[in-house]
Design a protein around this ligand. Structure first.
Ligand code: GAR
Length: 214
């Protein structure tokens, strides 16, 4: 499966996907990395891996629709059939999302549907929940919403701060994102309404991870 990865920042999740795709038996490859920010380290990661990169700077466009049109054009040109959002911090408009229905994955640093949006770990700590984590999901037009493919949870240590918690969660992100991409690329995923069915029980078990991160 040919995948385009969209980034806005440092791209550690992109790196996890690059590393997974480099394995011989991995069923997907990254054909293009697109950033809406020109000077982010994620672009260097892509170049180092020999992946084509493109900057589509949202500041060059009058509105979201024009930006999304340009994005759509670039995606079609590179032949991607799946989009992975990896720290892509732009909202995509409903027309774009519907055009790519069930073909856009996102990773979000919370156990959705809790804590959509920004500052997730600060909000998790403030709210007193016992677990944080991350979610890979198909993208709906609403922010951080859509059928959930996999999640990983981590117990919250009340003595840790938001940055420490974010670092723990980020480690989990690097595990579940390649795993979810593999499931999608192998055609094991079926979306039924707002939920996802995974065809192979062996893989279904693996999508629930509660690792203790030291
Ligand atoms: C990750 O924690 C990702 O889950 C989050 O941005 C970070 C990007 O880090 N994405 C969102 O919050 C999307 N709503 P990275 O650039 O090192 O992959």
């Amino acid at each position: 499966m040919d995948v385009a990865v969209l980034i806005s920042g440092g791209g550690t999740n992109l790196q996890a996907l690059i590393d997974a795709c480099a394995k011989d038996d991995f069923p997907a490859r990254i054909v293009m990395v697109i950033s809406n920010n020109p000077d982010v380290y994620g672009l260097e990661r892509a170049k180092a891996a020999g992946i084509e990169t493109k900057v589509i700077n949202h500041r060059d466009f009058e509105n979201r629709e024009q930006f999304d049109e340009k994005l759509d054009e670039a995606l079609k040109q590179c032949g991607a059939t799946l989009i992975c959002l990896a720290g892509f911090m732009r909202i995509l408009d409903a027309r774009f999302v519907n055009r790519w229905k069930n073909r856009i994955l996102n990773i979000h640093p919370s156990l959705l549907p809790a804590f959509r949006g920004l500052h997730t770990q600060e909000r998790a700590l403030e709210s007193g929940v016992r677990f944080s984590g991350c979610t890979v999901h198909f993208v709906n037009p609403e922010l951080d919403d859509g059928p959930i493919i996999s999640q990983a949870a981590v117990a919250i240590d009340p003595d840790q701060d938001a940055d420490q918690l974010a670092a723990k969660v980020l480690q989990l992100e690097h595990t579940i994102y390649p795993q979810a991409l593999k499931l999608v690329a192998e055609g094991r995923i079926r979306v039924i309404g707002n939920s996802v069915r995974i065809s192979d029980a062996k893989y279904a078990d693996q999508t629930i991870i509660n690792p203790i991160v030291e």
